[in-house]
Design a protein around this ligand. Structure first.
Ligand SMILES: [Zn+2]
Length: 472
């Protein structure tokens, strides 16, 4: 088989044309079904109902909480209701962190109270809090460039501002000050860290998100303040006078709790041993209700699966929706799932993830073996009426499919427009009001078509080189 493929590749190279064989083309019937999916998706309310139900009946669902368990029961009911089969909850142990309360005040030069959130996983302060002189640095590199002892016993304020981008690349550049900043400052003897939120908003909502403490550094508390409050704090520094902050947090760790990946399938027919996996995450941070992160992703995947289920034809490959446990605070569900997937007799041949808001889809990217690029082009042509551009072949998954992508699973990525995503990501403002029903329907249409055609592709989805790990 391998030799035969190499031979075919050689022939097409000799001919100077990279074409797939006619046998690898999607059938007329499968393309007609894609048309049906598009028409139905653009009029279908399922995804909206799913995200409305999740945010209303469960709401915030941080890992290890009672609401996390309620979300699992909710997801099992939804999958059964929408017609998925083999619906099950696969247990995952997750960390359980309690946010508690947080306070931030500027004591000098000009007294101000500042809305603040603890960063995810932060240790708390002593009950009386921390009062200290504060040093402002742009980012971790600027911190490292300070003279020795410059932040000892002080509070460090990271001031770098995230840039707004459609593809989310601004987040990857800015987020290390949140994930690594507390340990970078702790290693230099600082007492606490305050960051300018990883945010593109001018609203007064701080953005939380996980800290990744280094094992060999004493843990210090981490806090986030909004962009306008970070601007105001910069003006306090601009006075030239010493800036003192008081910080207090009752954040704390509890023992790990059981949670679960919730899994449901549309069983395949002649290629049922091959899994097309649709990943989104069920957990959310706690300040908001997780509508865009990641209720929308859950809704897109369930909405797409329901529409495919309602087609007259059954998929050739098995379409499996996985709603992952605890993406936000350590990707516990993804790690457990990836380990289990390697022990299965089935094979994950193609992955889709939706963890970047509620749409619209603006581009179709991929990470496939170059031999499969012609079918990606063919799938993209079916998305053209949805105004979806053609992206490159360097797509990365989100965090939940990263483990499988590292093992070489190909990815198709209907890219969700991230222009406004980081205005509300991880804030109290992540509510249903931020979901645009028309954009959500368009996203469901793009995913449903891509998933369906990916499941029907008559050729083989071949393994690819490992994807670059996403920044979290
Ligand atoms: Zn997310």
């Amino acid at each position: 088989m391998h030799t035969f493929k190499s031979l075919l590749l050689g022939v097409s190279l000799l001919a100077g044309v990279a074409t797939s064989s006619a046998a690898d083309k999607l059938s007329k019937a499968d393309l007609a079904a894609a048309n049906t999916l598009r028409e139905r998706a653009l009029a279908d309310q399922t995804a909206w109902q799913v995200v409305e139900s999740l945010t209303t009946e469960v709401g915030a669902r941080p890992a290890g909480s009672a609401a996390d368990k309620a979300a699992i029961a909710w997801a099992l009911r939804q999958m059964e209701h929408l017609g998925l089969t083999n619906v099950r909850a696969a247990e995952v142990m997750v960390p359980h962190w309690i946010r508690g309360e947080a306070e931030c005040a500027v004591l000098a030069p000009y007294v101000q109270n500042v809305p603040v959130l603890s960063l995810g996983g932060s240790v708390g302060t002593a009950p009386e809090g921390i009062e200290a002189e504060t040093v402002m640095v742009k980012d971790i590199a600027a911190l490292a460039a300070l003279p020795p002892g410059a932040v000892k016993d002080k509070i460090v304020f990271f001031s770098n501002r995230m840039q707004r981008t459609q593809d989310g690349s601004g987040y990857g550049l800015a987020v290390p000050m949140r994930t690594m900043g507390p340990s970078a400052a702790g290693a230099l003897g600082a007492r606490a860290v305050v960051i300018r939120s990883i945010s593109t908003s001018s609203d007064r909502f701080p953005h939380t998100g996980a800290i990744r403490y280094q094992a060999d550094v004493a843990r210090i508390p981490g806090f986030a303040i909004s962009n306008p409050d970070a601007d105001a704090l910069e003006r306090q520094f601009a006075s030239g006078k010493a800036v003192r902050l008081r910080l207090r947090s009752t954040s704390r760790d509890m023992p790990p709790e059981p949670s679960a990946n919730v899994i449901g399938e549309l069983p395949g027919t002649d290629k049922s041993n091959e899994i097309v996996v649709l990943g989104a995450h069920l957990d959310s941070w706690d300040p908001g209700v997780g509508a865009i992160d990641d209720g929308a992703g859950v809704a897109i995947m369930l909405g797409a699966a329901k529409l495919i289920h309602e087609l007259d034809a059954k998929p050739r490959r098995t379409i499996r929706v996985v709603l992952f446990a605890n993406e936000e605070f350590g990707t516990s569900g993804s790690r457990t799932y990836t380990a289990a997937a390697q022990a299965e007799s089935t094979r994950h041949v193609l992955g889709f993830e939706a963890d970047f808001g509620a749409g619209p889809v603006w581009r179709l990217s991929s990470r496939v073996n170059p031999a499969q690029l012609p079918v990606v082009d063919q799938i993209h042509r079916e998305l053209a009426p949805l105004k979806v551009a053609r992206g490159g072949n360097e797509a990365n998954s989100g965090a939940d499919l990263d483990g499988l992508a590292q093992l070489g699973m190909p990815l198709l990525s209907p890219d969700l427009d991230g222009t406004l995503y980081f205005d509300v990501h991880h804030t109290a403002n992540d509510t249903l009001a931020k979901v645009d029903p028309a954009a959500l329907r368009q996203a469901v249409a793009a995913y449903a078509i891509s998933v369906w055609l990916g499941a029907q592709y008559p050729g083989e989805w071949e393994n690819v080189a490992a994807a670059k790990p996403p920044r979290r």
